[in-house]
Design a binder for this molecule. Structure first.
Ligand code: ATP
Ligand code: MG
Length: 550
């Protein structure tokens, strides 16, 4: 491990040097369960959980579930699964909704201390009084309403006696504050909507900004880490905490870091939902989505995501990381773990004219040259094979190292063959290639001929024993490097980002199970998406090489 410390770690070290107790360090990851987690969240997850490991401190998973209109328990469960999949363990699961009672009591306390009031204007009126960054806002006509009246109305709001939109509770701070968030922000609104955890217990719900800082405080979070856009919220969180009756003198220390942005990708959950809504992708876990669940379906391994966000680093300035870097880490991980198999996707028939009719033999194939422990498997070899159409040319220049008439190539794991002639249909398309083989050149045998060097090696599949495979191939979902900068997101969509093709594969793939990952030799990495009615479908994870680099 290097001694390098990111700026958050430097802050923590400084706090420890200044007497902050090590055993009082506590972190959290606070998602709002209103969608799936994406690669940006992985950065916040890794940051907090790695700090927990480094300082041997607890890390809570806290759901900031204050908006029952957009949140649900399916999202909660999916988020938990995703964090486990990444390999992180939380100390406890907490919910802002568990604090609704405490928050309600504190809100009453603020009213009684003249720090909050019930406003009976419409949300439009309130918005009009908000002012602009350069112009102060205007006080609500209800701002000086007697606190007894506010308490009565707030109680009635909680009891369900008022309509949605008829009243809100607002903090009484300062309408002329430079920070617009301090201009008497709304703390509660009336919502007759069941909550996935509290059911119909409540018909008023706290605003995120009111619940978030107090939740950190209740959980004794020592360092409350969030993204830069929350910087102006810090004043508000601190103001709320200063008003409350409390014994604990350690207030959560909020520090902000830059969001992770990635090229050819959008991160906002709202915009991701838009893609689902417009049926551009099938769902949150579509393999083209930048969500963790989408990446799982695509075949990305957890370490690739973690290595990627670690490499992106923790900084205070916004930047955009190249999507190719994530793909690099995906390849690096998969190269180590994936067995190799041979699959032909655009086939042409190859006949070995001097090979005995009806004979079948076994050849041995190494599963993973990077990992001997993965052993070997047997492949069936015979007179009739498939090869890739693009691996044959009737005539070719010196730079073409694959099969041509009169030249030799090796069939991977098998024999050296020589192109003899090709058969064409009446349109002049090649439909069959005929070749001869050198019977002494079998790979792995100890003959001189087996060690003979030829310029090219190609892959192949025995026709009779082959299995049909369905392959979903994916390209980037967006054509623009920075789609979020475009006004109309839909215009940036790569309309051919998904293509389904059929391939022929060596028999071995039939034994693979859902979720297993393999390398199709010379092609890329693939994951078994499903197996249904004897059909096996793969999702393409990534090509072997970065086809996007110029
Ligand atoms: P989005 O804007 O994408 O919808 P969000 O910030 O509203 O995301 P939350 O569920 O509130 O989503 O986020 C949980 C935590 O993850 C927050 O602390 C937030 O700062 C952090 N986070 C969200 N997006 C990113 C990102 N792109 N990079 C780093 N951290 C992020
Ligand atoms: Mg949010």
């Amino acid at each position: 491990m290097s001694n390098y410390k990111n700026f958050i770690e430097q802050i923590i070290e400084e706090d420890l040097n200044n007497g902050f107790k090590r055993n009082e360090l506590c972190f959290r990851f606070p998602p709002e369960p209103n969608g799936y987690l994406h690669i940006g969240h992985v950065k916040a997850i890794a940051l907090n959980f790695e700090l927990g490991k480094k300082y041997n401190a607890p890390v809570n998973l806290r759901f900031d579930d204050t908006n029952p209109v957009k949140e649900n328990s399916h999202f909660v469960e999916e988020i938990k699964k995703n964090i486990k999949w990444l390999g992180y363990k939380w100390s406890k699961v907490c919910y802002a909704s568990d604090y609704f009672g405490q928050l309600y009591e504190w809100a009453q306390y603020l009213i009684l201390n003249d720090k909050a009031f019930v406003d009976s204007q419409t949300s439009e009126q309130i918005a009009l009084q908000k002012g602009t960054p350069t112009n102060p806002g205007v006080n609500s006509p209800y701002r000086n309403r007697p606190r007894e009246e506010s308490i009565r109305l707030f109680t009635e709001m909680r009891e369900g006696k008022h309509k949605e939109g008829s009243h809100v509770l607002r903090a009484k701070i300062k309408m002329s504050s430079q920070n617009m968030l301090m201009r008497d922000p709304v703390m509660y609104r009336i919502l007759f909507k069941d909550h996935h955890r509290t059911g119909s217990n409540w018909c008023i719900y706290p605003m995120y900004d009111w619940a978030h800082g107090e939740s950190d405080f209740i959980e004794k979070i020592s360092h409350s880490l969030c993204t830069l856009e929350f910087k102006p919220h810090r004043d508000l969180y601190e103001w709320f905490l200063q008003q409350l009756p409390k014994e604990n003198k350690n207030l959560p220390k909020q520090r902000e870091f830059a969001r992770l942005n990635m090229t050819y990708t959008i991160m906002s959950k709202r915009k991701l939902f838009h893609l689902i809504d417009k049926k551009i992708v099938s769902s949150w876990d579509d393999p083209r989505m930048p969500t963790i669940s989408g990446m799982i379906k695509r075949g990305y391994p957890p370490n690739a995501l973690i290595n990627f966000v670690k490499k992106a680093g923790v900084a205070k300035r916004e930047n955009t990381i190249d999507a190719s870097l994530l793909e690099f880490y995906v390849r690096e991980e998969l190269n180590k773990i994936c067995p190799r198999v041979m699959v032909v996707t655009n086939e042409i028939k190859l006949v070995i004219t001097n090979y005995p009719e009806g004979k079948q033999e076994k050849v041995e194939a190494i599963n993973n040259p990077e990992d001997e422990s993965q052993g070997t498997r047997e492949m069936v070899f015979s007179k009739y094979l498939y090869i890739e159409r693009e691996d044959f040319r009737e005539t070719a220049n010196r730079k073409f190292f694959r099969l041509t008439i009169g030249k030799e190539v090796r069939l991977k794991n098998a024999y050296i063959i020589k192109g003899e002639k090709c058969v064409k249909n009446k349109n002049g398309e090649v439909i069959e290639v005929q070749c001869t083989y050198d019977p002494k050149s079998k790979s792995g045998s100890n003959s001189e001929e087996s060690k003979r060097k030829v310029k090219g090696t190609i892959h192949w599949v025995d026709i009779k024993s082959s299995a049909k495979v369905i392959i979903n191939e994916y390209e980037r979902l967006f054509l623009n490097e920075k789609p979020e900068e475009n006004e109309d997101l839909i215009k940036c969509i790569n309309t051919s980002s998904k293509k389904t093709i059929v391939g022929k594969s060596e028999k071995y793939v039939s034994s693979l199970k859902k979720g297993q990952k393999v390398q199709f030799q010379r092609k890329g990495y693939y994951i078994v998406d499903n197996k249904k009615n004897g059909n096996i479908t793969f999702n393409k994870t990534v090509s072997l090489r970065d086809g996007w680099r110029k």
